[in-house]
Design a binder for this molecule. Structure first.
Ligand code: GTP
Ligand code: SPV
Ligand code: MN
Length: 592
């Protein structure tokens, strides 16, 4: 039975029922009883495996189709009325043409299946800054994930009342046919259509589709920002907490940084790090003139491989109960899970992510490189006391970063906001397994938003510039790179918890507490201002010098590649002049 009298919602749901023709329609009320029934049903159908409830209470394992393990950027569309509104970096199709294509795929696609109606809120239910969505899906896996990742249930509808504004999300697994897989956004209609996938960012429509692509479009029109950023608080020994938000591309370290455990020296002195969010930030200007950030999500959809007690203890602890694992190894001896990098003891009686008997000695990977856990945020041992605060936390610094073997130094600070927007716009990173396609290729990924910006990227840069003019108390803007390699291909910076040492410098800069060296690319630390106590063996003075060096020849080569990237905007006429001016100024500085 429908859980609301909201006419706009009911009309839309009824239209989709008529289109997809499910045998049953079930509204998700959020009750534990209903959730438990769905878990049971999914176990009976083989969609989920119930794991060892003594070791992993409330935990389940799911395997997706082998052809459906990551976001599909080449099949993700922004269907604005004109191509120009979608811009040079998004796939575009004329909306009515796309709708005709999709309607043919949706027509009768839920015959013999159940359609679930998921009312969800991104952000605290009923708060000024939350957004309501309805996702229709024929996948129980999607329902159970959405319940962890967002706030789901009848209270969302009750708080929404008869408000006609909501994001419409329709997902159908259909035949999991790669050739007919589409992840489509109609920003003007506040609508998302997903078909022929059952994986993560393609189907959990509250996440990348709503909270970034649709929200970035809304933010542009309404004067706020939706960013692919973690949010963390650093508490100093005096008990003062300072917050930063950091944008790194997919699988480049947001979850790890968001819940990092500081090095022993810092812990001993009383420093703490608090996690507010690990993937998405919504930011708006507060009455006090500062920029305030909320995490609109309610859980973590984190990369499993590489997560272990040492690299990310807090993420691992978050997954010890009530977690759904996707595409990891199933250990049949004790009915638990495993992935590469968890420990040095791969199970011997096991099934790999494809569902095949797995022998780790044959050198094959047991877990998919993009295998994931879906865990409730409140289970994180260092979840911030402000996590559910509707007004969020004040941001003192923005940090951009990517995966760069060379060129980008460990850390630098932009000269000012406009230069900071330029620094974000020229971000580049090696591609990862989070998206289908080649891995390890350097590509430009402005603000880590290349796959997630719901409108013209040039207009998005302009929105950043515009926000800068409107924020009285602007955060400072930084760039980091944890991934510099030596000539043998080893990481030269220890990373993970030791990244605290860089954040410490960033916060001092944000509060004008330390001097810096002015270089061609921005302000950089005096080497002695990066605290290396306890890691002098690993990071010698020489290594630090290397990490903080600017290789002018490489930067000049980078300028060429930035020009090429910027030139994509030419035919759209949307690159703000400030950006090309900044590029020319950088080139001049490097030449002199
Ligand atoms: P999405 O969920 O896809 O948005 O990814 P994310 O940005 O949250 O990335 P995550 O923190 O899950 O890290 C992805 C990979 O980067 C993992 O394999 C980590 O082990 C690795 N990683 C994270 N931080 C560091 C670091 O400081 N140094 C090195 N060398 N690797 C890191
Ligand atoms: C990412 O790829 O940036 C993710 C995972 O956070 S997904 O939800 O699949 O987009
Ligand atoms: Mn992400």
């Amino acid at each position: 039975m429908a859980l609301t009298k909201n006419k706009a919602i009911l009309d839309w749901v009824n239209d989709q029922i008529a289109l997809c023709q499910p045998d049953n329609v079930v509204w998700i009320d959020g009750s534990e009883e209903q959730i438990e029934d769905l878990r049971k049903e999914s176990v009976e159908s083989g969609e989920m495996f119930k794991l060892n409830q003594e070791l992993l209470p409330g935990c389940y394992l799911h395997r997706t189709a082998v052809n459906d393990v990551a976001r599909v950027e080449h099949r993700t569309f922004i269907c604005t009325p004109t191509r120009k509104e979608a811009g040079p970096t998004n796939n575009w199709m004329e909306p009515s043409e796309m709708r005709a294509k999709l309607n043919a795929l949706y027509d009768g696609c839920m015959k013999g299946r159940t359609m679930y109606v998921i009312p969800f809120s991104m952000g605290v239910v009923g708060s000024d800054f939350s957004k309501v969505g309805i996702e229709l899906t024929d996948s129980i896996y999607v329902v159970l994930n959405m319940i962890i990742m967002t706030r789901v249930g009848k209270d969302v509808l009750d708080a929404h009342g008869d408000n006609p504004q909501f994001t419409k999300g329709l997902h159908a697994k259909a035949d999991i046919d790669e050739e007919n897989r589409y992840i489509v956004h109609f920003p003007q209609d506040n609508e998302i259509n997903s078909v022929n996938s059952g994986y993560g960012g393609n189907v959990l429509l509250g996440k990348k589709c709503l909270a970034l692509r649709i929200a970035s479009y809304l933010g542009k029109n309404e004067g706020w920002m939706a960013e692919h950023m973690l949010i963390l608080g650093i508490e100093n020994p005096e008990g003062e907490v300072r917050y930063l938000a950091a944008a790194f591309p997919s699988a480049c370290g947001k979850t790890n940084l968001a819940m990092l455990i500081p090095p022993k020296e810092y812990l001993d002195k009383g420093w703490k790090v608090w996690c507010v969010g690990d993937d998405i930030a919504w930011l708006r200007i507060g009455a006090d003139g500062r920029l305030w950030a909320v995490n609109p999500e309610n859980g973590f959809f984190g990369v499993a491989p590489g997560t272990n007690v040492k690299s990310n203890y807090n993420a691992l602890m978050s997954t010890k109960a009530n977690t759904i694992f996707t595409n990891v190894v199933h250990n049949l001896d004790n009915n638990t899970v495993w992935w590469e990098g968890l420990d040095k003891n791969p199970p011997t009686n096991a099934v790999n992510w494809k569902g095949e008997k797995w022998d780790h000695t044959d050198g094959s990977k047991g877990a998919h490189p993009n295998s994931r856990f879906t865990a409730p945020a409140i289970q994180c041992p260092v979840i911030s006391p402000e996590f559910e605060s509707p007004k969020g936390v004040p941001i003192s610094a923005f940090v951009f970063g990517g995966r760069r073997a060379k060129t980008a130094p460990l850390v630098y600070e932009s000269f000012d906001w406009e230069h900071g927007v330029f620094v974000g716009s020229i971000m580049a990173s090696e591609t990862t397994a989070a998206a289908a396609g080649q891995v390890g290729v350097v590509r430009r990924d402005p603000m880590a938003m290349l796959p997630f910006c719901g409108y013209n990227m040039g207009a998005y840069f302009n929105h950043w510039l515009d926000m800068g003019n409107r924020i009285p108390n602007r955060p400072k803007i930084f760039n980091v790179n944890w991934f510099r390699l030596d000539d043998e291909g080893h990481f030269i910076w220890p990373g993970f918890g030791d990244n605290m040492r860089v954040l410490h410098w960033i916060m001092k800069r944000a509060f004008d507490e330390v001097d810096a060296v002015e270089t061609e690319i921005g302000y950089m630390p005096y080497p002695e201002d990066i605290n290396l106590n306890g890691i002098e063996d690993e990071v010698s003075e020489e290594v630090l010098k290397d990490l903080l060096s600017v290789d002018k020849k490489m930067w000049m080569e980078d300028i060429e590649s930035i020009r090429e990237f910027y030139s994509k905007f030419d035919e759209f006429g949307t690159l703000p002049k400030e950006m090309s001016d900044q590029l020319n100024a950088l080139e001049e500085r490097l030449k002199n």
